[in-house]
Structure formats: structure tokens, C-alpha cells
Write a protein that binds this ligand. Structure first.
Ligand code: GLA
Length: 389
């Protein structure tokens, strides 16, 4: 669905639900991470880009005490009191918005009750940061409602906190940051400690970012995410560093005997992934695509073997893409996002997109009996206001 069509549909639906046109419409993009996985909560480096897939919210204040949210994709409506303060509740997707409202309330901002319609062309739970996009879209709407624009980093932290407190996922800052600060035609090399970004141009028309959704979502994912984070913190304590960002592979090797083998492997992934991310940013800047491909392959292998967040379906897509190889137009590929399902990201030669898509589609269905969803995206700009009246 095109962006304009989505905006019109959301506006029209708002009118049907609430009897008048929305006063505001906002959009926030999802993201795909090119490399730098499970490094953000270790104060490390990531290299994501915002994608041309969005959550759109149309909204207006009401004179009641209640917020009403209608979400098109699950076809559900959430209604809850905004005063004295918002609490977590059902349905579960509403917690991303509730958490953002709570963040505004905590900082002393007075919020009126409001009505909203939420539309999306971003696959839910596909590792493309749909929850962050919902939080960021909600925060953008609340900025309009309060007339106060937040500093972008403060806004990202507020959205991240919403996810920690209202969805129970101790995520890093990458997703919310990218959904806010995404830049057209650029990936962002983000230093998650200093929270500074270096834009990395992705303007070569011969290179396309392809996203392959396995349409698999494993339930264990969320508990496993928290477990990984705790293992990283254990490793950092043993290595006596503030975060694994500060550790080297030599120091890790020297401490091998003090670490459980599983904790050693987790730390090995994070420390080596930080290095790969910095190298990949440099390789993209130098148009050294062969090197970018090698780094993406090494990242996937490390996530599969050391961090253990891949799954057979992700591995299968990566294997098929690797078999197609550079000669067939595949520059690089790896799982992207938190893992345990979701998407593979692949850099491919633009002229080969259709053939690669067909090959991956056929191979995936043949081996799994399931359909993959494959699409390409240019790097997109971050959250934006579509209507304010
Ligand atoms: C999820 C989290 C991010 C990040 C990735 C893994 O998307 O929300 O903060 O940790 O997993 O890189």
C-alpha cells in the first residue's frame, strides 16, 4: 500500500469511527539493521536504516476522560482512562501507546484524552521494529497534542522506556532512534554510548536492500532477549568493564576460565560484532561490496553459533542467498533484528532483484512449505507529520 493511500485510508477510517476528520496525522517508519546486532544494549555500534514501511496514526483530542485507539490490522479497539495516570492493559499492542502516554505524564506534561486510528504496512513482529514505530508515531502525535517538541534523543529514550515498562522487553535504543532520526538515502552508524550518528550514504543505484520475511515468529523470543542481555552484563562484570563495548577479544580470551562457555560465546559475538559494524560502515563508504558481504556473512554465523538467536528458517534463507552468491547478484545477507524468526536483510545487485526474489521465494516454499514475503526498500526519513490543522 502506498504512503498516500495509507494516509487517505487512515483519515477516512477516523472519520467513520469518530464522525469528523482527524486534526493530526503522523507516520513513523520501521527499520532494517544492516549489521550490528545485539550490540546496542552493550553500548556498542549499529548500522540500521529506516525503511519505507510505516505506522500511521490519525488523531484528535476528545472531551472525555478516555482514550480510544482503533488499530486496523488486528481490527481491535482499546479504550482506557487517561487520568489520573495510564496503566498497562489489554489488548497487548495498546501498551506501546499507553507506555508513551505514561512517559509524557511522568515528565509533567498535561495530556487531554484523545481518539486515534492506527494503520500499518509494516509487518507486525517481523523484526522490523514495528513496536518502536508505534511508540514513535504515538510520541509524535502527543508532541502535536501538547504543542511541545521533544529533543530527538529524549524522545527515543522515552519510547524505549515505554517498551521496558509497559511491554516488559529490555530493548536497546536502536529501533526507536532509527524510527526518529532515519535519513533518506542513508544508513546510520549509531554509537549507542554517546548516541551520536554518522550518516553512511547508500546512494549507489546498482545496490538494493532486499528484506526477506520468513513469516516466522517464535514465542520464546522475549524471555531469551532478556537472558542474552543478562549474560552480556555478567561478562562485562567479569571483564571489569562498564559494558562489552569496552572489551577486546584478547581480554575475553584471557578471562576464558572465569566465564561459563555460554557467556564466553555471547561476549565473543558482541565484541566481534562491534568491530564488524565499524568495518562495514567503512567498507560501504569505500564501495568495497565484497568486504561488506563477508562481514554480513560473519555476522550471521556469529548470531547463529555464538549468540544463538537465529532459527532454521532464517538460516535457510541465508544459505540459499549465499549459494546464489556474488556472481548471481547477492552481495551479502544476514538475519536482522532480535532474531528467533523475522527477517533476513540482503544487499543485492539491482539488476538481479527479480531473479533473486523468485529464487528465494521458490526455495523457501519448497523447503518449508511456507511463503516468504520479500520486498526492497530505500533508506527512508524518520517520523514525520502528515497533517496538522
Ligand atoms: C530488538 C531490540 C533492539 C536490538 C535488536 C537486536 O530489535 O529492540 O534494541 O537490541 O533487537 O540488535
Amino acid at each position: 500500500m502506498s504512503f498516500d493511500l495509507m494516509m487517505d485510508r487512515t483519515s477516512e477510517l477516523f472519520r467513520r469511527c469518530f464522525g469528523h476528520a482527524p486534526r493530526w496525522i503522523v507516520a513513523a517508519p520501521g527499520r532494517v539493521n544492516l549489521i550490528g546486532e545485539h550490540t546496542d544494549y552493550n553500548d556498542g555500534f549499529v548500522l540500521p536504516m529506516a525503511i519505507e514501511r510505516y505506522i500511521v496514526i490519525a488523531g484528535d483530542t476528545n472531551t472525555k476522560r478516555e482514550v480510544t485507539l482503533h488499530s486496523v490490522t488486528p481490527g481491535e479497539t482499546a479504550t482506557f482512562n487517561i487520568r489520573p495516570k495510564v496503566e498497562p492493559g489489554a489488548p497487548s499492542w495498546s501498551n506501546y501507546v499507553r507506555g508513551v502516554i505514561a512517559g509524557f505524564q511522568k515528565s509533567g506534561k498535561k495530556l487531554p484524552a484523545f481518539d486515534a486510528v492506527i494503520e500499518s504496512n509494516l509487518p507486525y513482529g517481523g523484526g522490523l521494529a514495528s513496536s518502536a514505530a508505534l511508540e514513535v508515531a504515538a510520541a509524535t502525535l502527543l508532541e502535536l497534542m501538547t504543542g511541545q517538541t521533544l529533543d530527538p534523543i529524549e524522545k527515543a529514550v522515552l519510547c524505549q522506556q515505554a517498551e521496558h515498562d509497559f511491554a516488559g522487553v529490555p530493548c536497546g535504543i536502536m529501533d526507536q532512534f532509527t524510527s526518529i532520526l532515519g535519513r533518506e538515502n542513508h544508513a546510520l552508524l549509531l554509537d549507542c554510548r554517546s548516541r551520536t550518528t554518522t550518516p553512511v550514504a547508500l546512494t549507489n543505484p546498482d545496490v538494493t536492500v532486499l528484506i526477506i520475511n520468513t513469516n516466522i515468529r517464535h514465542k520464546l523470543a522475549e524471555g531469551e532477549y532478556a537472558k542474552r542481555r543478562a549474560q552480556c552484563e555478567t561478562a562485562a562484570r567479569v571483564l571489569q568493564v562498564a559494558a562489552l563495548r569496552d572489551a577486546t577479544l584478547e581480554a575475553l580470551e584471557a578471562a576464558r576460565k572465569q566465564l561459563e562457555p555460554v557467556v564466553f560465546r555471547r561476549a565473543h559475538h558482541v565484541i566481534s560484532e562491534n568491530e564488524r559494524t565499524l568495518q562495514a560502515a567503512r567498507a560501504i563508504q569505500a564501495s568495497d561490496w565484497t568486504r561488506v558481504g563477508q562481514l554480513m556473512s560473519a555476522s550471521h554465523a556469529s548470531l547463529r553459533d555464538n549468540y544463538e538467536v537465529s532459527c532454521p528458517e532464517l538460516d535457510l534463507v541465508v544459505e540459499v542467498a549465499q549459494q546464489i552468491g556474488e556472481a548471481g547478484g547477492v552481495i551479502g545477507c544476514r538475519m536482522t533484528g532480535g532474531g528467533f524468526g523475522g527477517c533476513v536483510v540482503s544487499l543485492v545487485k539491482t539488476g538481479a532483484v527479480q531473479r533473486i526474489t523468485r529464487n528465494l521465494d521458490v526455495a523457501y516454499e519448497k523447503k518449508t512449505g511456507r511463503q516468504a514475503s520479500i520486498f526492497s526498500s530505500r533508506p527512508a526519513a524518520g517520523a514525520r507529520i502528515l497533517k496538522s490543522s
